[in-house]
Design a protein around this ligand. Sequence first.
Ligand code: GLY
Length: 567
Amino acid sequence: MRVITIFTILLFCFKISPGQQNSNYAYSVQKEIVSEKGAVVSAHTLASKAGLKMLEMGGNAVDAAIATQLALAVVYPGAGNIGGGGFMVAHLANGKNISLDYREKAPATASRDMYLDKNGDPQMDRSQYGHLAAGVPGTIAGLFASLKYAKLSFKKLIEPAIDLAENGFVISENQAASFNNARENFIKYNTSTPAFVKSNPWKAGDTLIQKDLAGTLKRIRDLGKKGFYQGKTAELIVAEMAKGGGIISLADLKNYEAKWRPVIDFSYKKNYRIITMPLPSSGGIILQQMLKMIEYRNIGAMKFQSPESVNLMTEVERRAFADRANFLGDPDFVHVPVKTLTDETYLKQRMLDFVPGKAGSSDSTKAGPIPESTETTHLSVIDSQGNMVSVTTTLNGSYGSKTVVSGGGFLLNNEMDDFSVKPGVPNMYGAVGNEKNAIAPDKRMLSSMTPTIVLKNDKPFLVAGTPGGTTIPTSVFQTIVNIIDFDMTPSDAVNKPKFHHQWLPDQVTLEKGFDENTKQALVAMGYKVNTISQIGRVEVILVKQKNNHKIFTSVADHRGDDDAQGF
Ligand code: GLY
């Protein structure tokens, strides 16, 4: 067995003693690895390692994905979670493709206008911060639903997370800065002091211990799903609600269920099949629309980030996001014309008014897009059997509602803000939507998360996904095009600057480092451009067949502490 580590960055490595090298107290971040038996890529080294451990113990990719998510809830509290929700897409070794929806839902007493004051004006701080911003969490239900495809016991899968919470781990410079930035909000939106607040500023190398969270994880270990949705943990959540005007009830928790959904499965170019997430995430539909709108246009010949290719990709992004805002919502509550939206004739018609070399206009492109938080997290896993798992999960904003369940030690999401609080009114990230995504009891809020798998000639080819709010579908789109059409290495495909258009505001957002000549060409075409420091944090695993065996190249985005492990 051959394992080649290509690129390791020593971001932090605190040696307690030589015996503790690569423990929770001394670890380094690895950005790329080539391996043959399995691989895990996630937002944190210790979470990737937790997943890898399951693969090494004989578990499959689903085992690894569960252990990684649980560990992320401990070591990456800004987005890893048990108080939020997510989506899993998997291609199983037997050829089956599955997708699991464990998106949060509105509590049963939620109502359409619950965030409007008596004048009908939106009070956005209430959908974004504190107790009332939280939807009913879905993550633990999702993990237990996915367990039916796993091999190891849940007790084994949750062990690393319990260890990390109970005995602690050292935090990175990025994590320390993030805790320090969030300090004021942690104090404001909590009645007891969370583990994330200490008297002096955090610094790299400090140890984070989360005893209350360890207690919650042990209840889940011992009682299963009921350890979260019933009994002590549920009572702690409801008691926390009472402290801050939240409305999640014991019945909401007990009734929460993850849902298996038919995957979105479509062809791209001659040899590729894209397997991705359906509603209530908009991500898969948007991805299908964008890829289908460029499929017949030989984008490969236009070259990566040339004015021509960026012009074309920007215009398909504009059109897909216009449809998102107008047509998409929870399919269990509203009718969504998915067949029409993804029909090839319809998508060709959408591009009839595209004039190469000229900026389109969002005034004449009907409907509107939705910018969201960039704080979400993605993990990609593969095993030696060819099981591939792609999971994106979120609290919505960074640290969600900022409210930690007292005694439970975990953050609650602020996912209610992903609904259209008032149709047509932008949410905290400037998002607009309409009645399709209005709040209703038990309804799931629209998402942009796009966990995706690509098959080539029906064989494993790529696992991909990213956080980034509305930039998620466009980042996954660009990553796929970078690899398939521009023939880029997975590292370049992930790490080169990205761009984003979402219909409204009518501007192209460029990532720092974007080609200056292309930027000037876009301005000359009539685009309004702005530049931001970061778009996405993509985690990919690329599979190549060599002499009858598979080689996995796993790449963790260089934009954060993200880490790739393999064996
Ligand atoms: N909260 C981000 C998303 O679901 O897209």
